[in-house]
Design a protein around this ligand. Sequence first.
Ligand code: AMP
Length: 284
Amino acid sequence: MILFKDPALISYYLDSHRTQNTSIGFVPTMGALHPGHISLLEQSKKEAYITVCSIFVNPTQFNDRKDYEKYPVTIEEDIQKIEAVGTDILFLPDVSALYENGTHNLEHYDIGYLETVLEGEFRPGHFQGVCQVMYRLLKTVKPAKLFMGQKDYQQSLVIQQLLNTMKINTDLIVCPTFREKNGLAMSSRNTRLSEKEREAAGSIYQALIFIKDNMRPGSLTSIKEDAKKILTGKGFRIDYIEIADADTLGLTDSWDGQQRLVALAAVFVRDVRLIDNLIVSCEL
Ligand code: AMP
């Protein structure tokens, strides 16, 4: 595995190895890697000739300074894990390498509706930061394929929009969510939970499964309320638990039995904010 810190050097290297038969697969991460991240690298290994992983804790996407400061960093273990899976290149830039002119007064992306709803509403500025870093990473790596997790459902819609509006010639491949045995979606933030909290946090998935199991055409108001009770019953604070159109994320309180719907939740377990989602509609 080759490690690059300098965007100009990795860009030069990849430009000189990119041909029609040597497609580049890219897995951007913030490190503290777990099997969910590794599954993205494995998918890239299957589909691309050169697999690039980046590890960069992006300061501009944290609307909460404390969350940024507490974000877990396990770089030695991360390097071992990505090497073990056969990753070809690790990109490990410093903040100043990606944000040459600092992290203030950055460009603005028109994300439209997606920036006003769910994560957009509860984490103001978050998706601007995601676009700012992803644009820089994509311009540097220029991958044929970009592998991201369904775990961050809204993020994948935002990135698809970024690819479209910036006319970036990269295919986005959204990979399934990897879960713990109790259903808890794997997340770097889970390392901040105690054993007991991790066990209890499995109820986030239970609440989503509850919605899926109880989907009937008509009003969805009472299923949403009952799903909330599963979480408040564990003492968790809820930012949202909502049901939305799977393509547009338009929120809905009813189902016609046909529309593809996704349930999405953001929940605090103590002060650790966790998100998860599940496609809940199936054809009747
Ligand atoms: P992060 O390091 O949290 O920014 O995540 C990097 C990538 O890994 C993103 O595309 C995430 O959606 C994806 N990811 C995070 N957790 C999981 C998971 N449990 N299963 C699959 N992909 C994941």
